[in-house]
Design a protein around this ligand. Structure first.
Ligand SMILES: *Cc1c(COP(=O)(O)O)cnc(C)c1O
Length: 212
């Protein structure tokens, strides 16, 4: 996977060091995760807080350089737990959640690093702030003291993903953000060509997921 990412960087005239791989370990068996850890990889993504706690609380204790990223929707009543376990929350998509994360930060002393998830395809069933509301949410999150590191999106199934990646990159530029979490197993090479700094890869790395 790293070789494919590096090749996509070269093809796009980018430094391979500028693209991080988030290994999406949701639903994967412990052995598969341990194999990737043994290979030296340290950045992982999970989409459910509770499932991630079961999988990572103990492993995390022996891995000081682990980086855990939440890539699934976050309910406000799980915000404190998410802040405790995760290094980066990629799915900030509303002011209420920003406010809750800020108060959890005050209580815990850990400042949240976040990405703002943007619903670039305006899909009603999908999480993410509307494209035209992203700037205001980024500003609010900064006001609350959150560290906004970038933007994240999941393009609609069946759409040309490149258009969505370009939109996200343009929004990031306009708001002075460097981080772009975009691209999954099927389209990470396209995302790298459009400026992704983090690609979230599950099945292409682990094999197909086990049904929950
Ligand atoms: C599951 C998931 C991924 C990884 O998907 P693959 O197609 O298996 O690479 C990436 N991003 C999010 C938000 C996910 O939920």
């Amino acid at each position: 996977m790293r070789a494919r990412i590096d090749a996509a960087c070269h093809a796009a005239g980018r430094d391979p060091g500028s693209v991080a791989l988030t290994a999406v370990s949701k639903t994967q068996p412990p052995d598969a995760i341990d194999a990737i850890l043994a290979a030296g990889h340290r950045v992982f993504g999970e989409n459910r807080v509770q499932e991630a706690q079961g999988r990572w609380r103990e492993r995390r204790a022996g891995l000081p350089d682990l980086e855990l990223r939440l890539i699934g929707p976050l309910q406000t009543n799980k915000a404190a737990e998410a802040l405790e376990l995760f290094d980066v929350i990629e799915t900030l998509d509303r002011e209420k959640l920003a406010r809750t994360l800020a108060s959890a930060a005050e209580a815990s002393g850990k400042t949240p690093r976040v990405l703002v998830q943007v619903n670039t395809g305006a899909e009603s069933q999908k999480a993410g702030v509307a494209t035209d509301g992203a700037g205001a949410l980024i500003a609010r999150a900064r006001d609350f003291g959150l560290i906004v590191e970038g933007l994240m999106c999941i393009p609609p199934v069946g759409d040309d993903p490149g258009r969505h990646f370009d939109l996200l990159a343009e929004l990031a530029r306009r708001n002075g953000l460097d981080g772009l979490s975009m691209g999954m197993s099927a389209d990470f090479e396209t995302a790298i060509a459009r400026g992704a700094t983090h690609v979230r890869v599950g099945s292409a790395l682990f094999g197909e997921r086990i049904a929950r």
